[in-house]
Write a protein that binds this ligand. Structure first.
Ligand SMILES: Nc1ncnc2c1ncn2[C@@H]1O[C@H](COP(=O)(O)OP(=O)(O)OP(=O)(O)O)[C@@H](O)[C@H]1O
Length: 258
């Protein structure tokens, strides 16, 4: 099977002596659900953000669906990002807009910029957005302003916005780091179920090893900007997690069990 994403020799230097990434090699197959784990400062966010160039890599290559992401021009990057959904720790919603409008923002890469500015989305897009919201239990919040929602609800809107893009890949950057355990489970279930059903590959950055093991089929462990473990969940031994989180073991677990 052709990988949908290939990363080779990826490096990010923030300033003299500060390397966010130090030569990442990674391949993602269609439909894989991968958890990226590692201690604070390991480079997890930098890695995800270099994949869609929210952060510009310093060196190396990112190939997505056969396209060179690193050298893509503005128009090409817009098209790449339309097929690469992103879920953020702090939701990144437009809070004065309705829940429905926020989900429809996921369609912006597909409609003309004038239609987008005027908020003119095809009826089919609206119907699909409402169906997505129903699926994550937000059917009663469709016309509310986004700032009226709880954290867990806001993140479910973020998940629907990413899904509305009909992406081949979803990048989820610490999607549950700001949530309580109950909301964390609801959000992870929403991401996981939809990605599986729609065969969307997902890379999710997680602090918590227990969540990574519960949801992912493959785990990528990052330490000091390098991949130090890449394998199925069953191969992630306690020795490996110990090595990954050396001195930062307190970060490994969520506030409560799943
Ligand atoms: N904007 C920045 N300027 C300078 N250094 C940065 C910047 N962003 C990240 N770094 C550094 O790059 C390294 C990797 O950071 P990154 O945020 O990617 O790690 P992380 O694994 O996502 O951490 P966390 O789990 O705490 O979010 C760290 O040493 C960090 O201090």
């Amino acid at each position: 099977m052709e990988p949908i994403l290939t990363i080779q020799g990826l490096k990010k230097q923030y300033s003299a002596g500060t390397w966010g990434l130090n030569g990442i090699e990674l391949t993602v197959q269609p439909g894989e659900f991968i958890a990226v784990i590692g201690p604070s400062g390991a480079g997890k966010s930098t890695l995800l953000r270099c994949m869609n160039r929210l952060i510009e890599p310093t060196e190396g290559s990112v190939t997505f669906l056969g396209e060179d992401v690193v050298h893509a021009n503005k128009r090409q990057l817009r098209s790449i990002r339309a097929r690469m959904g992103m879920i953020f720790q702090h939701y990144n919603l437009v809070y004065r807009s309705s829940v429905l409008e926020n989900v429809l923002h996921g369609r912006l890469g597909y409609i003309g910029s004038l239609a987008g500015m005027l908020g003119r989305y095809p009826e089919a897009d609206k119907e699909e957005a409402i169906a997505l919201l129903q699926k994550v239990g937000l059917e009663n919040e469709v016309y509310k302003r986004a700032d009226e929602l709880s954290g867990g609800q806001k993140q479910r809107v973020g998940v629907c916005r990413a899904l509305a893009q009909k992406p081949s890949l979803i990048l989820a950057d610490e999607p549950i780091a700001s949530l309580d355990p109950k909301s964390s489970k609801t959000v992870m279930d929403a991401i996981h179920t939809n990605c599986r059903e729609q065969e969307i590959a997902c890379l999710v950055n997680l602090h918590q090893v227990d969540y990574a093991k519960a949801y992912a089929t493959r785990i990528v462990g990052i330490k000091a900007g390098r991949v130090v473990f890449d394998g199925p969940v069953e191969q992630l031994t306690s020795d490996i997690t110990q090595y990954l989180y050396e001195g930062q073991e307190h970060e490994m677990f969520h506030k409560a069990a799943i």
